[in-house]
Every structure is written in structure tokens, then in C-alpha cells.
Design a protein. Structure first.
Length: 311
């Protein structure tokens, strides 16, 4: 039984706690949040201890691993703290705000021997698992292009840190781009080598972008175009994979379609992302083969985002 702690008791922290309740290999023993009431709410269902200081939590409770759901600017420091204490870490995406921070986190894991993984959950959508199988089987020929459109009213309800580049690392590209790059790298098995981008924020004075159009070139002679629009009343979310002999697509990972006999055929899909990720994290902790995201991979995602922002 692995004794887990959660740092960050917001919506995602609650979802992680629900996944832990269902996993017989895990026990949630501590929850930390700067707002004690939020930590107590999650902890109550698990008879766990509550804290407002993660260092105090680490000192007072025996932990095998922690799941970190924090503002981006805290990912590096809190991850390194726990790794140096010998506690295994699953840190939510994006891994960090820079490649330099990623390298520091990887070095801390190597030095301490504690394990580090990154929470890129979209690979656990069955849609992308099935499209990956199509790519590897050659059923539709070679994968050559990908398009993604993801539009959402981005500004309302965001905490202040989210709209400050020094604290968030960026806007819609850092937030959604981490998912997009992960799903394309996961399905294709390739890495970003070039990026051209046009970023803007026409609606506020916040120093993060809410709109982006991006052209990515991957190894393996694969290209992708990505459009994000964070303006009101623009909702859309679809990723299309173009093969030499057909197409496959998903609407946000919740379904899986293939273009067959001149029409789209929907094969449905399943979504149990955080539970599936927890299963893989437990395998990782046990030293078994696992589909959890390794920190070196998380670093590649951040390297790609840095290419986008460098344009």
C-alpha cells in the first residue's frame, strides 16, 4: 500500500483523491492547500491529515509519493523539495516553466533516487490510444499531418497567477499546448523540431496570449497546425490525424472516428483519465512497465513550447 499525499486541493486535487479511493494499492494520508478548508474537505473522505504547509506535511507524515496540483511557478521548487526528501512525485503538466527548470528537477530525481513522473493525462483517452494503434499498424498508411482547433472563452474565472507570464510561463499555449504537443508526440512517436507561431491577446492587458496559430514540424516528416481562440462564443475542439490513406479524429478525446467508405464512422470512446494515470503511476512506483510520462518526455514538451514562444 502506497501512502500518498496531495498538494493543491482544487478541482484536480479532488479528482485525484477520488481516483485514489478506487485504487486498492493506494492510501491518501495527507492533503495540503493554502486554504485549510479545501484540504480538510478532501482529507475527510480518506481520514487523512490536513495541512497548509507542504514542508510541514512532509515532516509530520510518512509519504511514499505526492501528487502536485499547483500553480506553474511552484512546480519546480516543490518537486525538488520532495525529491530531495526521498519522496516520489507526480507533478501535473506542464512539468515546469522552462527547460532549465526541467533539467534541475531531473537532476534532483537522479541524485536522490526518488521517482519523478509528469501528469500528461490526455494519452489515457482511449481515442488517442486507438489512433496510435492505427499509426503503428499502418492500416491507413503513413501519418503525415495533424490539425487541432481548440477554442474556449479563456479569460473568465482564471486566477490572477494564470494571467501573469512570470507565474504561469505563458497563456493558452503553455496551458493547452502542453496537452496538444503531448497527444501528437504520443500518437506519432516524434518530436518537435521547428515552430512558427502568431500569438495575441485582443481582449485584455494581461501579459499572456489567449489566441494562437501555430505551425509545427516534427521529426518523421510530420507537420501540425494548431489554432487556439480564447475569445467568447468560439467553442470548438477537434484533432484530426491525416494519413496517406485516410483520416482519424477525436473531439477532445471523448470519441474516436475514422473516415471509412466516404463517411465518418464513430467508434465511441472511454474517459477515466486520472484513475488510469494513477494505475500507471503505481506500476511505475512498483518498478513495473508503465505508460506514465517520464520527466525526459515532459522536458521535450516544454522544449517545444519554448520554440513556439521564441517565434
Amino acid at each position: 500500500m502506497f501512502k500518498l499525499g496531495i498538494v493543491g486541493a482544487g478541482i484536480i486535487g479532488r479528482d485525484h483523491s477520488a481516483a485514489i479511493l478506487r485504487n486498492e494499492d493506494c492510501e491518501l494520508v495527507a492533503v495540503c492547500d493554502t486554504v485549510l478548508e479545501r484540504a480538510e474537505e478532501i482529507a475527510a473522505a480518506h481520514k487523512a491529515k490536513s495541512f497548509t504547509d507542504y514542508k510541514e506535511m512532509c515532516e509530520q507524515v510518512e509519504l511514499d509519493a505526492v501528487i502536485l496540483n499547483l500553480p506553474h511557478f511552484l512546480h519546480h521548487d516543490v518537486t525538488v523539495y520532495f525529491l530531495e526528501k526521498g519522496v516520489n512525485v507526480l507533478v501535473e503538466k506542464p512539468m515546469a516553466m522552462s527547460v532549465e527548470e526541467c533539467d534541475s528537477m531531473i537532476a534532483a530525481a537522479e541524485k536522490s533516487g526518488a521517482k519523478l513522473a509528469v501528469g500528461h493525462v490526455q494519452r489515457y483517452y482511449s481515442a488517442y490510444e486507438e489512433i496510435k494503434k492505427i499509426k503503428e499498424s499502418g492500416k491507413l498508411g503513413e501519418l503525415k499531418m495533424i490539425t487541432e482547433v481548440r477554442n474556449v472563452n479563456y479569460l473568465p474565472g482564471r486566477p490572477k497567477w494564470f494571467l501573469d507570464k512570470k507565474l504561469s510561463g505563458g497563456g493558452i499555449v503553455m496551458n493547452y499546448g502542453a496537452h496538444t504537443i503531448d497527444k501528437i508526440m504520443y500518437v506519432s512517436g516524434e518530436k518537435v523540431v521547428e515552430a512558427t507561431s502568431y500569438l495575441s491577446n485582443p481582449l485584455s492587458d494581461d501579459n499572456v496570449e489567449i489566441n494562437a496559430q501555430i505551425l509545427l514540424k516534427f521529426t518523421g516528416d510530420i507537420t501540425a497546425t494548431v489554432t487556439y481562440c480564447g475569445c467568447p462564443d468560439t467553442r470548438a475542439y477537434e484533432t484530426v490525424f491525416y494519413f496517406t490513406n485516410g483520416m482519424a479524429k477525436s473531439a477532445g478525446g471523448s470519441d474516436f472516428c475514422v473516415f471509412e467508405n466516404n463517411q465518418w464512422v464513430n467508434y465511441g470512446g472511454t474517459t477515466d483519465l486520472l484513475y488510469d494515470q494513477l494505475v500507471e503511476f503505481v506500476k511505475f512506483l512498483k518498478g513495473e512497465e508503465s505508460n506514465i510520462v517520464m520527466p525526459e518526455y515532459g522536458r521535450e514538451v516544454i522544449a517545444a513550447i519554448e520554440k513556439i514562444y521564441a517565434e
